[in-house]
Write a protein that binds this ligand. Structure first.
Ligand code: UDP
Ligand code: MG
Length: 332
């Protein structure tokens, strides 16, 4: 089999993918920090000079877009796109990744508020250069979180795992993804996206980088408890049909109990200890509630199947071929 011939350069192109929503107080502080890291990565020969910092304005209603525009006018390394309306963090990151996919060799997604250690990118890129296609940024501790945030967040990861969603513990959305993995990821056509649960499904060789998470540099979090709960609910319902399975199981248990209830009611009736009419009502109640819950579960199983089918997720992903060269090819 012939090996595809493409022009290759010696250094990979990195695009940082940074969602921004009403971040006028943060961007002027963090943009130079991203640039400093980019310069370091370019200067040390790790990545190509063609690498970029991509801001995704999630339809902010403050000065965020103007700041992004003026950054891009002053320095070609800064570029930006804007969403037509506010779609939330996950969709903003998705938009940025899809924009970058064919123009770079790897992306690193990171929030724009400086909470995630920007310098950890160096280690991520090093792991990419050693062969990892996905590098997860994992918080080494949650010292800066309040007890409540730490407790809820850690319980959330454990609960997601229990529910069958494969997530990396304490990893949010700070990650490096190679264009190869991104290409495969683009075949996931689901609408309810929960990125940290999706990349483990994409597979490929992965690695982790540990970092300390800081306080927000300025501005306030856009993830109050209500939004966090919505994200958690999305995470569970987008990845697992286990809740439906639990209803079916409950249906089986209730049916069995109902059966025992019927026997009990009959015995009580035979011993003539019951008021007239009572045994028949209890029998009907026990029988019907078990059957109802069980039937609901069975219908749920079918809906679960339709739901998984409707995602049109790729049924397989091929990561290597013997006729394709093992070493990395760079677009630049
Ligand atoms: N963000 C966004 N769209 C939104 C909300 C947030 O693009 O509707 C961005 C925000 O600008 C930040 C990142 O998503 O870069 C994470 O948001 P935030 O820091 O408010 O969340 P937290 O770190 O408190 O969970
Ligand atoms: Mg934040």
């Amino acid at each position: 089999m012939s090996v595809e011939n493409t022009i290759v350069s010696s250094k990979p192109i990195l695009w940082m993918v940074i969602p921004c929503y009403n971040e006028e107080s943060v961007l002027p502080v963090t943009a130079p920090m991203f640039k400093e890291e980019l310069d370091f990565l370019i200067g040390t020969g790790r990545i190509s000079e063609k690498s970029r910092i991509l801001f995704i304005n999630d339809s902010s209603n403050d000065e965020t877009w103007n700041i992004i525009e003026s950054l891009s006018e002053k320095d070609e390394h800064f570029i930006g796109i804007s969403q037509s309306r506010n779609r939330g963090h996950q969709n903003a990151v998705l938009a940025g990744m899809m924009e970058a996919k064919d123009r770079c060799d790897m992306i690193i997604s990171i929030d724009c508020d400086g909470q995630d250690d920007i310098k950890a990118m160096t280690e991520m890129v090093d792991k990419y250069l050693k062969g990892a296609e996905v590098v997860y940024g994992v918080r080494s501790s949650r010292k800066t979180d309040t007890f409540f945030k730490r407790f809820t967040a850690e319980s959330f990861y454990k609960f997601l795992k229990f529910m069958g969603a494969d997530v990396v513990f304490n990893h949010a959305d700070y990650r490096l993804v190679s264009s190869t993995a991104l290409e495969s990821f683009s075949n996931f056509h689901e609408v309810n996206i929960f990125l940290r649960g999706m990349f483990p499904l994409v597979g490929y060789e992965s690695d982790v980088v540990y970092y300390e998470r800081n306080e927000r540099i300025a501005g306030e979090s856009h993830y109050p408890l209500k939004k966090m709960l919505c994200l958690a609910f999305d995470g569970i319902t987008s990845f697992s049909v286990k809740p439906i399975f639990m209803i079916t199981s409950l249906g089986v248990v209730v049916s069995l109990l109902g059966f025992l209830g019927v026997i009990w009611a009959i015995i009580v009736a035979l011993l003539k200890k019951a008021n007239s009419g009572w045994p028949s009502i209890v029998c009907i109640l026990c029988f019907l509630s078990g059957i109802q819950l069980f039937s609901l579960g069975v219908i749920g199983q079918y809906i679960g199947k339709i739901y998984m089918e409707s995602k049109h997720r790729p049924r397989y992903i091929i990561s290597k071929r013997t006729w394709e060269k093992a070493e990395r090819r760079y677009k630049g």
